[in-house]
Design a protein around this ligand. Structure first.
Ligand code: NAD
Length: 351
């Protein structure tokens, strides 16, 4: 298992170090190869995704990613900006499926802005298509109309094969969970998502052990707040997924706890916490490393098929929370908070 380790900027190196520590503690045969990305890479080479980093990521079996960005880079020309490194990497690796779990640990239920009884027990996975839809469809632009005013336009489009491929990711993921998929669309208004619904329905016949339901996106946005525990796997297109995955992640209330995976057609993936580089706390060794450690668990599951090791790592995280270990972002008023390395050490001991 060859893993490219791209720590990036801000708290990236601090949290990634703890994830590597936890992975090493599992005692599996893994090789870790570090490389520069983001602002750190721009500083060193002028390019946020140097050729050597891209080559390493292509050769590796998986990429463990920290975060990129920082205020010192905001004034740079666009091609040199840190986030361009990540966007290019996603494109170069053909990462079309974005998986974002939203899981509530009982000890942290009070961190949600929703009532604890609404979110307690929440365990949802959002599968978002990442390379198609209205974000990439052509034609697009801003044009001048005959009457002189300007008009903006974009094109929503999905081919059958694109829908089928993301659908398979969702059905396969559901097989490892509670075997329910909710496909989210706007089939009552948009032709593209009418096709989406048809293809998902066809695909369901290949997965008789998984229950498929459909929901309009406006209702889904509402149901996520009303009764989020009704969902197991939710699958949707790029734009709806962009919005719903942020909504779902905030049900948990703790940005430092949430992992993600972006997969290609062969199960190779890029694994990263959903949060950014947190420049406000970078270098202070107070960041929460658990989102990155849980991203490493997703890597074991989705790229390496190591379900048992993934489960061990996830149970270790649950255990340290149950034991009362907290970083500052998840500590309730009056609770003692530990630093980044101490949290990583606690996970290693729990393993
Ligand atoms: P952010 O996620 O970095 O931080 C938001 C808030 O959450 C901050 O107060 C931060 O201290 C806190 N936070 C985030 N992660 C934490 C952790 N692990 N432990 C404890 N607290 C944590 O978002 P932002 O401030 O909007 O963006 C900062 C920089 O990160 C920007 O340059 C942005 O472009 C970049 N960014 C990168 C990614 C990525 O690399 N995928 C994603 C989002 C933002």
């Amino acid at each position: 298992m060859k893993i490219a380790v791209l720590a990036g900027d801000g708290i990236g190196p601090e949290i990634v170090a703890e994830a590597v520590k936890a992975l090493r503690a599992l005692g599996l045969s893994m090789e870790f190869e570090p490389a520069l990305v983001g602002g750190a890479a721009t500083d060193a080479t002028g390019d946020p995704l140097p050729a050597a980093t891209l080559a390493l990521c292509k050769a590796a079996d998986a990429v463990l990613f920290g975060a990129v960005g920082g205020p010192q880079y905001d004034a740079l020309p666009r091609p040199q900006r840190p986030e361009q490194g990540l966007l290019r990497l996603r494109k170069e690796l053909g990462l079309f499926a974005n998986l974002r779990p939203a899981l509530i640990y009982p000890e942290l239920a009070a961190a949600s802005t929703l009532k604890a009884e609404v979110v307690a027990g929440l365990d949802l996975l959002i599968v978002r298509e990442l390379t198609g839809d209205i974000y990439f469809g052509q034609p697009r632009g801003i044009r001048r109309l005959d009457d002189g005013q300007r008009e903006g336009f974009d094109t929503m489009r999905y081919s059958e094969s694109e829908v089928r491929r993301i659908g398979r990711v969702a059905f396969e993921a559901a097989r490892r969970r509670s075997r329910r998929v909710c496909s989210v669309d706007k089939a009552n208004v948009l032709e593209t998502t009418q096709l989406w619904r048809e293809v998902m329905t066809e695909l369901a016949s290949e997965y008789p052990d998984v229950a498929l339901s459909h929901m309009y996106v406006d209702n889904a946005a509402m149901q996520l707040l009303r009764n989020p525990r009704q969902f197991d796997v939710m699958v949707t297109g790029n734009m709806f997924g962009d919005i719903l995955s942020d909504e779902a992640s905030m049900l948990t209330g703790s940005i430092g706890m949430l992992p993600s995976a972006s997969l290609d057609a062969d199960g190779k993936g890029l694994y990263e916490p959903i949060h950014g580089s947190a420049p406000d706390i970078a270098g202070k060794a107070v960041a929460n490393p658990l989102a990155t450690i849980l991203s490493a668990a997703m890597m074991l599951r989705y790229s390496f098929g190591q379900e048992e090791a993934a489960g061990r790592l996830e149970r270790a995280v649950a255990k340290v929370l149950a034991q009362g270990w907290r970083t500052a972002d998840i500590a309730a008023p009056g609770e003692r908070a530990v630093g980044t390395p101490a949290m990583g050490d606690a996970v290693v001991r729990a393993l």
